[in-house]
Design a protein around this ligand. Structure first.
Ligand SMILES: [Zn+2]
Length: 244
């Protein structure tokens, strides 16, 4: 009886030990499985991040100063005063530059404010250039890349897009003479550097100068004032181009 009890306890102890070894093994397996899953997940996240960053140039993110700014301006319009390149773009554009698309800011924003807005990934918008009411020019997406401006991918693959500040809000969406004069200069410069001999504007969209609303009927952009000046813009640019 005594012996039997002892034996019984021994068997029970062995069984307990076996269970605890088994549990330990199970915990080890679980730990390794979790670790493995973590490594795989980390690799996936890393891969996705690298894929998202792929092709985004190093000069994109913050306002540029000094040499980096000078280099960006050298590859784009020399009329540029301010450079803040955004990741909201495709690098590089897939088409050659063949046209110019005009937009307005729907506000009298500074170039810095526009740059901050375009810098936010969730804004999902950008333009190649902007002009403020004093006639200063900003570069946000280099001409080699496609800006996200016109809600029309095919257009923006072959267009340089320009946002112009409004010095009066609503109704006519007026722009200052300084901004419009600089728009003429900037368009002429873009044409010269990209081998566009003339700018043609036509309401049917057949020309190489157009505006946002022609591509997206849901917007008022760039407003009645600039829409009314498209013909004048084309003829003033052509005058500059004809005079070399
Ligand atoms: Zn627009």
């Amino acid at each position: 009886m005594h012996d039997a009890t002892n034996r019984g306890e021994a068997v029970q102890a062995d069984a307990n030990e076996a269970t605890s070894v088994e549990r330990e093994r199970h915990e080890h397996r679980l730990m390794w499985a979790l670790l493995g899953a973590f490594v795989v997940l980390a690799a996936l996240v890393m891969g996705a991040w690298m894929l998202a960053r792929a092709g985004i140039p190093a000069n994109v993110g913050d306002p540029l100063e000094g040499e980096a700014k000078a280099e960006a301006i050298a590859n784009n319009s020399p009329l540029t005063d301010y450079v803040h390149l955004t990741q909201n773009a495709d690098f590089p554009r897939t088409d050659n530059i063949k046209k110019i698309t005009i937009h307005h800011m729907a506000g009298d924003l500074t170039l810095e404010d526009v740059g901050d807005k375009f810098a936010r990934r969730d804004s999902q918008v950008s333009s190649n250039y902007a002009i403020d009411s004093e006639g200063r020019v900003a570069l946000y997406v280099e001409e080699a890349n496609r800006a996200w401006t016109s809600n029309n991918r095919a257009n923006d693959e072959e267009a340089v897009t320009i946002e112009v500040a409004n010095d009066e809000l609503y109704d006519d969406w007026h722009v200052s003479d300084a901004a419009f004069d600089k728009l003429v200069e900037l368009c002429a410069d873009i044409c010269k550097r990209n081998g566009i001999e003339r700018l043609e504007f036509s309401e049917d969209g057949s020309g190489n100068l157009n505006y946002h609303q022609m591509l997206d009927s849901s917007t008022e952009c760039p407003g009645p004032y600039l829409i009314g000046k498209m013909g004048e813009l084309a003829s003033r640019v052509n005058e500059v181009l004809a005079n070399g």
